[in-house]
Write a protein that binds this ligand. Structure first.
Ligand code: GLU
Length: 314
């Protein structure tokens, strides 16, 4: 299976470009998240397209109440205004349930009753030294039935030894990419044991609903793309184009993140933050004194850097 078979709907029938920024509201924007926001905004503006905002707030416990307002203020201070009211994932449960129902009907999704302990025990019995957490590859224990255990999560049956799911895809910055999803990831979760919908399912359903033609986001998410393309193909949804941006790292070389204490973006210094984001994007932007003057220069620089030879009208 490939990410872009001949004749596949890529970029949604070339209509109008739609881009998006999808922050998780677990904290204010910081220098790293501004890079993704700016890059997706620039790409949308350079294509004369629309730029949408989505709050990935399905992960209830990690979402900080009210942080969305601050994120909107931070974006507005940086001149990055969405073209429509934001979408909240927490309000979209029925749509995810519908997608899961489609996969269940086709026997591609199955209930799983395993705890982390069950999975680790089975992996140990198989002699597989497994990383803890999200890195473990599920050894398929419940594929043939729950054997009396109560269902906890829903998983996607993701290929088999004989017929692995192999996804080829193209990243506008990183070039040709491929992943054997069966062996690299295994039967991934669609709905978690504690209730929330998994990011992989939600992002695919929402990108389709919002008509997203181009996903521009941080490189740390590149590894999820093959899973998302696989789900798009199973659900008959268009595959957007992808561009993963460089990550901003701290002095220890770690990705800046809310969890490792990255400083929130200073609302009083938006231009300085935008300049730093442009540097992280390797973009040379003719300087100016205000956000309103700087942004069109940045759009011009982005257009030169990323739209040469583009299949899109410039
Ligand atoms: N919510 C994700 C994050 O903040 C981004 C999701 C996406 O762009 O696909 O890391």
């Amino acid at each position: 299976m490939t990410g872009r078979p001949a004749g596949a709907k890529v970029g949604r029938d070339i209509g109008r470009y739609v881009g998006r920024f999808a922050p998780s509201p677990s904290g204010p924007l910081h220098a790293g998240s501004l890079v993704a926001a700016l890059a997706s905004w620039l790409d949308a503006r350079a294509h004369q397209g629309r730029w949408l905002l989505r709050f990935d707030d399905i992960d209830g416990p990690r979402s900080v109440p009210g942080i969305e307002r601050l994120i909107l203020q931070q974006l507005a201070a940086a001149g990055l205004e969405p073209d429509a009211p934001p979408l909240w994932q927490s309000q979209r449960g029925p749509h995810y349930a519908q997608a899961l129902a489609v996969l269940r009907e086709r026997r591609l999704a199955y209930p799983c009753g395993c705890t982390h302990r069950d999975i680790d025990d089975r992996l140990a019995a198989l002699g597989i030294a497994a990383p803890r957490g999200a890195g473990r590859i599920y050894p398929g224990i419940c594929r043939r039935g729950l054997t009396g255990k109560p269902a906890r999560a829903w998983r996607l049956a993701c290929g088999s030894e004989d017929a692995p799911v192999f996804i080829d895809w193209h990243d506008r910055r990183l070039g040709a990419q491929h992943q054997d999803v069966t062996h690299a990831v295994g039967d991934f979760v669609l709905q978690r044991a504690d209730g929330p919908w998994a990011y992989q399912l939600a992002v695919v359903v929402d990108d389709a609903e919002q008509g997203v033609t181009d996903v521009v986001r941080g490189e740390d998410l590149a590894d999820n793309t093959a899973r998302q393309i696989h789900l798009q193909q199973l659900l008959g949804l268009a595959t957007p184009r992808y561009l993963h941006t460089p990550l901003v790292r701290d002095e220890r070389g770690e990705k800046l993140s809310k969890s490792n204490g990255a400083a929130p973006l200073d609302l009083r210094e938006p231009l300085a933050a935008l300049r730093a984001a442009a540097v992280a994007l390797n973009l040379t932007v003719p300087d100016s004194n205000s956000v309103t003057d700087w942004l069109p220069n940045a759009v011009g620089a982005w257009r030169q850097r990323w739209l040469q030879g583009s299949e899109w009208p410039v």
